[in-house]
Unconditional design. Structure first.
Length: 608
């Protein structure tokens, strides 16, 4: 959530900051602002609404000259969206400016302390406490002031800080909220995510928890919260810069849907060698893999849905019992982790706060954690015992598509690897599954080619009030993701149900004309699902079925059928999700929704 960009160097700071913030719009925000030092004082400009408002107010940064500055896009937590609550926040004299992502959990007692000492607060935010604390502790040494404040605050933060007394420096600090530092020949940068500065540099440093960075025009240094200087190695980002642009597509989401074949190829190809699965990143011997007696998958949102699919696939292929937890519940239900348990945490950004907390809880209790993430150097990638990267490249749209597909592919690889090592899969079955997996990218290309057919159908449901998704087994997992895609970008109420549960209350919601999307990709469940379709049809539902090419019997029960190519049942999610993504996209476009930046949502949820 929120976005931070900062720059100090030889170029004008404001245009760079605005450009970087534009690259972070996908993170979700409701206001924007920046502070720039003009050679004499720090000037701030803040605006409610989209970044374009700030750009217009500053004429693209022309009215805020200066070679150092910090900027921010805010997603409201403490205090309603407003000009006053927007960042940056300053001390009363305007000599210290700060931008902040995260939540200061003890801001109320800190605010009372500062109020008692005569400090006046103008906003409703927790962040303004930081500006006044920095003022209180500042005695001419910025690093000392910053570290003293960090020792006092509780919660999460990514900070960009400027001191008017030190115009040639910017300070950054991080705890449980992502922040990177970059450098090129012209200067240094801070940012919440790589796309913000990819245009300017590919050399970045990932800050660890409770680290401070001092950025200067000609270099940078890193320190611990105890002011001890640290040595850090830069990471070279190998993303194609064009990957973070729309490349002619109307929306990032559509572009990223069309990148799914490549994403799956990039994820599976390096791990299939000599007709075997080799995952060096696991850092586990075959004996250690055999010793795994149970798997816990922990994730949020769409990543959780891949975990639900993973449960079916791993239990079916590898014969290992799997539990799947919503990360925000995992810690607080006091899970019983048995000896021999492997915890798998899944996150596109590698910074999802609840998932990161689950990782730390598991490690603190002595359990091995495998991370499945998309961002190299992210917190989960660094803190997990081992990490399986999805190689999806930058995903900008808030609603995930290609990262979801890459996570599915990663779980397929793991399931087959475990099955192979544990000796529970015949060689002929293993080879057939490998062949089917290799076919997935081309099959997805075929499904994407049906976009006009799906768009035509989607246009019939632009005014829908309720849409329901049903399925059994893996089809239920597909339904969960299909429903989420629709509701998060089109704002139509949508729910997913296990089809066998309809008679236990849900069927009372079906009325004349209600669209029910029925998933039926598991051959052993065809007849059961058809029975459920007949049930909702009898209550007046219009049924769109998504099924395999062989399942012609479903045509008699359904009103509209989308066929997917034949594949192994365990891989069906990768194909069936494509028409559901397209359906959600075209419904949202037809309703005039902001597809890439749905209201109230953010790409990376970095607060609990």
């Amino acid at each position: 959530m929120c976005g931070i960009v900062g720059y100090i160097g030889k170029e004008q700071a404001a245009p760079i900051i605005l450009d970087g913030l534009a690259k972070l719009e996908y993170r979700g925000y409701d206001s924007a602002g920046m502070a720039v030092f003009d050679g004499e004082k720090i000037h701030t400009q803040k605006a409610l609404g989209r970044l374009k408002v700030l750009e217009n107010l500053t004429r693209g940064g022309e009215t805020m000259p200066g070679f150092s500055g910090i900027g921010h896009t805010r997603w409201a937590t403490h205090g309603a969206p407003s000009d006053m609550n927007a960042h940056p926040h300053t001390n009363s004299k305007g000599t210290i400016a700060v931008v902040h992502n995260g939540i200061i959990e003890n801001y109320i007692p800190l605010k009372k302390k500062m109020t008692d000492k005569g400090y006046e607060f103008r906003s409703e935010t927790d962040t303004e406490v930081l500006a006044h604390l920095l003022d209180y502790y500042y005695r001419g040494n910025p690093l000392e002031a910053v570290t003293k404040v960090l020792h006092r605050v509780e919660g999460s933060y990514a900070l960009g800080i400027m001191f008017a007394d030190y115009p040639d420096e910017i300070y950054a600090a991080r705890k449980d909220s992502p922040l990177i530092v970059g450098r090129n020949d012209s200067g240094c940068f801070i940012a919440s995510d790589v796309p913000a500065i990819l245009k300017y540099t590919r050399s970045v440093y990932y800050m660890d928890n409770q680290e401070v960075a001092a950025l200067r025009r000609d270099g940078l240094k890193f320190f611990s919260v105890d002011e001890e200087e640290l040595t850090k190695e830069a990471v070279t980002i190998d993303w194609d810069a064009d990957a973070a642009e729309k490349a002619g597509y109307e929306h990032f989401m559509l572009k990223e849907m069309y990148e799914q074949p490549k994403t799956i190829t990039d994820t599976i190809s390096p791990r299939i060698k000599n007709n075997d699965i080799v995952i060096d990143e696991l850092n586990m011997t075959d004996e250690e893999l055999k010793a795994v007696r149970k798997i816990h998958i922990v994730a949020c949102g769409s990543a959780y849905h891949t975990g639900v699919t993973g449960k079916y696939v791993i239990e079916d292929l590898a014969k290992i019992p799997v539990e799947v937890d919503v990360a925000s519940e995992f810690r607080y239900r006091h899970p019983l982790l048995e000896e021999g348990t492997l915890v798998i945490v899944i996150s596109q950004s590698g910074e999802t706060a609840d998932t990161l907390a689950a990782l730390r809880e598991s490690k603190a209790r002595g359990f091995k954690v495998l991370g499945i993430v998309n961002v190299v150097g992210s917190s989960i990638a660094r803190e997990a015992d081992s990490c399986l990267y999805t190689w999806a490249g930058p995903e900008i749209a808030v609603a995930t598509t290609k990262a979801y597909s890459a996570q599915l592919a990663s779980l397929y690889l793991l399931a087959m690897k475990f099955a192979r090592v544990r000796g529970v899969m015949e060689d002929s079955v293993f080879r057939k599954l490998l062949d089917d997996m290799r076919c997935l990218p081309d099959q997805i290309e075929l499904l994407l080619g049906q976009k006009q057919k799906i768009q035509h159908f989607a246009n019939r449901y632009l005014g829908a009030r309720d849409i329901f998704f049903i399925g059994r087994g893996i089809d239920y997992a597909i339904s969960l993701e299909g429903s989420l895609k629709l509701k998060e970008i089109s704002y139509i109420h949508s729910e997913a149900y296990a089809a066998g549960e309809l008679k236990h209350g849900t069927i009372s919601l079906i009325e004349d004309g209600t669209l029910v999307v029925a998933l039926s990709t598991q051959p052993e469940l065809y007849q059961k699902t058809i029975s459920n379709i007949v049930e909702v049809k009898a209550r007046g539902a219009f049924v769109m079925a998504v099924t395999n090419e062989e399942n012609k019997a479903i045509e008699k029960a359904s009103d509209y059928v989308i066929y997917i190519p034949e594949t192994a049942p365990c891989f069906a999610n990768s194909l069936a999700i494509i028409p559901l993504q397209l359906f959600a996209y075209y419904v949202a476009v037809g309703r005039g929704c902001d597809v890439d930046k749905p209201r109230n949502l953010a790409k990376s949820v970095t607060v609990e």
